[in-house]
Design a protein around this ligand. Structure first.
Ligand SMILES: Cc1ncc(COP(=O)(O)O)c(C=O)c1O
Length: 415
């Protein structure tokens, strides 16, 4: 009965019956407690990485599903971080990030991509790339704005757009080589399109962009006034002598972009949760307005330690592509006699495998079966797509010890 009272009637009754205001208020509070929570993401389940890693754990399987190394970060880096932990650097760091790290990132960007990014005004250190992607989207996307997402896409993008009231518009990549169909992208643009998400090197497909992709993006950004959130967490893992087409190479694109990277990926330390967002001053200013209330600041001793390490050991990130290319080639050699057909892996630390010769089951079923039966966990690619893609592929992570890959490949060769 009380639940059906309108707000106005409730106020009226509360006024006229002063003695009854408390019981009425409590009754209404109880009604509110009975109201079910309305989900903001009614169709979103648990991320596939958590699902597959849990299954791998429960089944005692080799976990080639979630993207993390099974080896340690460089000892020199651990030493630096331990130093700062023991030297009293354990309180809040600056909201935008420790200046020493922002300066090292600025120098690295200049050396790698030629851009002079202002450490004070254009670089923000974040708790992981995930936070940076969310905050960048939040800074730009208003209710009803459309955001173009290229499918298959990293699974954080779609919910992050929705949580900000935006409308994700999914445009499929080519089912043959996962290249971008730029005409399809342009066809998807409407007066409400605000932003496009880019990701090179690309998870889950391992495709990379070339100069023609950049030219097409440039045309659309200037023609339609789009913003860009560029996910470049695998910026240092590009194979076969190709160069990483960072948006930081192109000053006109940078003017409209938030470029996000991850120290977790670069330093073999995904558990540390530390990333970076580079954007022009005006965009960074908006970014920080949100960042300060989402996480405020990022783990301080890590930042000091990483700054020292990147300054003194640039060979680590400069050698990352060769390091992972060795693992990619090792894994491919081990699987050469299997019934899996490996698709080109041009960057990241992932390898897609076509399993048409093994099974015609849907990829979710096959990935689950392989985890349960031969104890090797992978990730089904269909979960990264809004619409089903006409491919039978699963993704393996090869950021693993040689022996881990050897054992996994031996099991996969038996399928
Ligand atoms: C494409 C892509 N973007 C973002 C992230 C998240 O990075 P972080 O662990 O720094 O939050 C990942 C992690 O797997 C990724 O693959």
């Amino acid at each position: 009965m009380l639940c059906e009272l309108s707000h106005e009637r409730y106020l009226f009754m509360a006024c006229v019956r002063r003695g009854g205001i408390l019981p009425l208020a409590i009754a209404q509070q109880n009604c509110a407690l009975n109201r079910p929570l309305v989900s903001k993401l009614p169709n979103t389940g648990t991320t596939i990485f958590t699902v597959m890693s849990k299954l791998a754990h429960d089944e005692g399987a080799i976990n080639l599903s979630q993207g993390f190394p099974d080896f340690e970060p460089p000892p020199a880096l651990l030493e630096r971080i331990t130093h700062y932990l023991n030297a009293g650097y354990n309180q809040y760091g600056p909201m935008a990030g420790v200046f020493e790290l922002r300066q090292v990132v600025s120098d690295k960007i200049k050396a790698c991509y030629g851009l002079s990014a202002d450490a004070d005004a254009e670089i923000t250190i974040t708790p992981g790339a995930t936070e940076a992607l969310f905050v960048a989207l939040s800074a730009v996307v208003h209710a009803g704005d459309e955001v173009i997402i290229l499918d298959p896409a990293y699974d954080a993008y779609d919910p992050s757009v929705r949580l900000n009231g935006g409308v994700p518009v999914h445009v499929p990549l080519s089912a043959v080589d996962f290249s971008v169909d730029w005409q399809a992208v342009e066809d998807a643009i409407t007066p409400r399109t605000r932003l496009i998400m880019t990701n090179t090197p690309h998870n889950p497909t391992s495709a990379i962009w070339d100069a023609s992709d950049i030219a097409s993006l440039r045309t659309l950004v200037s023609r339609y006034g789009l913003y860009v959130v560029a996910d470049e967490v695998y910026e240092h893992i590009v194979f076969d002598g190709c160069r990483h087409e960072s948006l930081l190479r192109y000053p006109d694109l940078f003017e409209r972009s938030f470029v996000v990277s991850s120290f977790g990926k670069t330093l073999h330390a995904t558990g540390w949760r530390i990333g970076v967002c580079v954007a022009p001053a005006a965009l960074t200013s908006e970014f920080r307005k949100l960042h300060q209330y989402v996480s405020f600041a990022t783990n301080a001793p890590l930042q000091y330690g990483i700054a020292d390490f990147l300054r003194t050991c640039p060979e680590h990130y400069l050698g990352l592509a060769d390091f992972y290319q060795g693992k990619r080639d090792h894994f491919a050699r081990l699987l050469a006699d299997s019934r899996f057909r490996l698709l080109p892996s041009r960057g990241t630390y992932f390898q897609l495998a076509d399993y048409s010769l093994v099974s015609d089951a849907p990829d979710v079923d096959l990935a689950t079966r392989l985890t349960r039966e031969i104890k090797v966990a992978s990730v089904p690619v269909s979960v990264f797509c809004e619409q089903p893609m006409d491919v039978r592929v699963i993704r393996f992570c090869f950021a693993k010890h040689e022996d881990t890959l050897k054992e996994a490949a031996a099991r996969l060769c038996g399928v």
